[in-house]
Design a protein around this ligand. Structure first.
Ligand SMILES: Nc1ncnc2c1ncn2[C@@H]1O[C@H](COP(=O)(O)OP(=O)(O)O)[C@@H](O)[C@H]1O
Ligand SMILES: [Mg+2]
Length: 293
């Protein structure tokens, strides 16, 4: 498996840049002067306690919310004033929950629809399926990559929850993103279905830059090579996983929030990005153990 573990954040190029973003809701400042650079090929996790402003930041990046101040730069171009669909066209895609339309389709139909739309062939999956070899081939690839081939002809509303989440990521990838925003991909997925999802997320194409919001520290520490910690709308710190796991400020935040939704595992996370000997993994696991004590 290819992983950009040796990526040097100082020298690799920035794909997506948040610059001094502010978002106020009345008297609440949900995003308070946040700057963040997503590097090309990065596996970048955004973590922080409940109410830290993670969702608001993603909504600002995708254009769902308009910032009170600050700019967003995608591949060198200012996209702050673009509508969400225009940002998708420019290569920044967020996973979204399967809506009711897709619920009544099968994974094959859903992907055919998305792929044919992306390839400019119109939005009729039955035409796409019958008519275009390119669409059919891309659908087959995506079904395979996301472990959906066996269920490709079942209606999405009867799929296991983990398969639905896989389909959500497959839909996003069908838009051929250069930047992928993953919003809690394993949230609510039963234990028995998690491993397949974790493996699939880990195997995302190396050239797609990924920003992951996640509470599950196993996933965060097995996936990320860069982390930004948000607290109260501001960036507390940013660093590689080892730095974050050993940062006294980060530990203090999580120790101070013993009943947070952030889940620390008792087992050291498995993953090639976690230093063996477990400095990062064990630091976090022990913080978790303490916070639950
Ligand atoms: N639409 C909104 N109106 C008012 N306050 C909001 C709105 N969205 C978020 N907030 C507030 O902004 C802060 C950050 O929320 P959020 O971005 O959802 O945090 P997180 O995703 O890290 O849990 C919270 O205090 C939340 O109550
Ligand atoms: Mg949130």
């Amino acid at each position: 498996m290819k992983h950009p573990t040796d990526m040097n954040p100082a020298t690799s190029s920035t794909v997506l840049s948040a610059q001094g973003l502010v978002k106020r809701f009345g008297g609440i400042t949900a995003t308070d002067n946040v700057s963040l650079d997503l590097k090309k090929g990065a596996r970048h996790a955004l973590i922080g306690p409940n109410g830290a402003g993670k969702t608001t930041l993603i909504n600002l990046l995708t254009g769902v919310l308009e910032p009170s101040a600050g700019r967003i730069i995608l591949e060198g171009q200012d996209i702050t004033d673009l509508a969400p669909h225009q940002r998708v066209k420019r290569g920044m895609v967020r996973t979204f929950q399967i809506n009711q339309l897709f619920d009544t389709l099968t994974p094959l139909e859903t992907l055919a629809l998305t792929v044919s739309q992306h390839q400019g062939l119109g939005a009729k999956w039955w035409q796409a399926l019958g008519g275009s070899k390119a669409v059919t081939q891309r659908c087959e690839q995506l079904l395979e990559q996301f472990h959906l081939t066996a269920v490709m002809n079942q209606k999405t509303n009867v799929l296991a929850y983990g398969k639905r989440r896989l389909l959500e990521i497959a839909i996003a990838l069908a838009c051929e993103p250069r930047v992928l925003l993953l919003d809690e991909p394993v949230a609510g997925v039963p234990a028995g279905e998690r491993e397949e999802l974790l493996q699939t997320v880990a195997a995302l194409p190396a050239d797609v830059s990924v920003l992951l919001i996640e509470h599950d520290m196993d996933l965060v520490f097995s996936f990320a090579n860069r982390m930004t910690v948000l607290v109260n709308g501001t960036v507390l710190t940013e660093g590689d996983p080892d730095q974050i796991a050993n940062d006294p400020q980060v530990k203090a935040v999580y120790l101070g929030h013993g009943e947070e939704e952030v889940q620390f595992s008792d087992e050291p996370p498995q993953g090639e990005l976690v230093p063996s000997g477990g400095s990062a993994a064990h630091a976090v696991a022990s913080v978790g153990a303490m916070s639950h004590a």
